[in-house]
Write a protein that binds this ligand. Structure first.
Ligand code: SPV
Ligand code: MG
Length: 295
């Protein structure tokens, strides 16, 4: 129980800390463990990465309980907090209430919901055609989530897609302020531009009203210093482990297929022992010695 509260508090502390914090995408227990071992202090439960790793689209094709099952493995495998990418909350305010309850019971530290319509579409697909949620309806959803959470430190992050649909700076600011007033613990402002221009304009106007989170997937060449200077609280590296693993798997599968041999790949993949280490196989061996009859 103590550990449960700790993860929730850890995420809250990251959001409120004065320095720029970084969390990294994971999409299953193994990738979550790798994120933790690397030194990150939090995990982004990416909707894109989880859906892709399940072989479906980022369009709510995986049900929310299927996502919850993946998250449970991720949470059990790690001690750092997970911020779930909760898409649109999988329905209306009532669906979000149920989601928040289930997340807390599974030791997930927070959820991010975005102001689009269910079923959602990934921000980088046909952005102009995507529709934004009604502001009042979305604010009601945020309030309902905040009202139902049991732990005061559970975080609800409100994400605006105003820039994604081309609605402009004043709409982004208006939505962010409305969501802040509805009780959001932080605002995620998403952009699909190749520079941080619209984000930096947003930050100049925002002036530190509450923590701001960004996802610089498309403006990856922006120096990270710019983000801290602009007063951003948290950066999400949103899909890079998934993309790295796809490249590695395609290359390895291709080499084995073409060469009909393992000789060409053995030196470029981790030994089986490394998999055992990540799984914690040694602990089970020790436990077997302790608990199984020794003959
Ligand atoms: C995700 O990682 O699923 C995100 C970020 O929501 S993005 O794919 O950029 O929309
Ligand atoms: Mg997503």
């Amino acid at each position: 129980k103590a550990l449960k509260g700790r993860k929730i508090k850890q995420l809250k502390n990251l959001l409120q800390s004065k320095q720029l914090e970084f969390i990294c995408e994971a999409h299953d227990g193994l990738s979550a463990k790798i994120v933790e071992e690397t030194g990150f202090s939090g995990i982004w439960g990416s909707g894109l990465a989880i859906s892709a790793s399940l072989g479906v689209r980022d369009s709510n094709e995986a049900s929310w309980t299927q996502v919850l099952e993946v998250l449970e493995f991720m949470s059990d495998a790690t001690r750092i907090p997970i911020l779930l990418d909760g898409d649109t909350g999988y329905g209306n305010f009532n669906n979000l209430r149920r989601l928040v309850k289930k997340l807390e019971s599974r030791n997930i530290a927070g959820v991010c919901i975005e102001d689009k319509l269910f079923p959602k579409t990934n921000s980088f697909i046909d952005g102009q055609k995507q529709k934004l949620a009604d502001i009042d309806e979305f604010c009601g959803k945020i309030k309902a989530g905040k009202d139902i959470q049991l732990d005061d430190d559970f975080s609800i992050v409100a994400r605006t897609e105003a820039f994604i649909v081309g609605a402009g700076l004043s709409e982004a600011l208006h939505r962010a302020e409305s969501y802040r007033q509805a009780g959001a613990d932080a605002i995620l402002v998403h952009s699909k531009k190749s520079t941080d221009h619209e984000i930096s304009l947003f930050m100049q106007e925002w002036a530190d009203r509450c923590p701001i989170i960004i996802v610089p997937t498309t403006y990856y060449s922006t120096p990270t210093d710019n983000f801290s200077k602009a007063g951003i609280s948290m950066v999400i590296w949103a899909n890079h482990l998934l993309r790295a693993s796809v490249k590695a798997m395609q290359h390895t599968a291709g080499t084995i297929y073409q060469q009909q041999s393992l000789r060409g790949v053995e030196d470029n993949i981790v030994p089986v022992k490394e998999i055992f280490r990540l799984q914690g196989a040694e602990e089970l061996q020790q436990a077997e010695e302790k608990y199984l009859p020794q003959c």
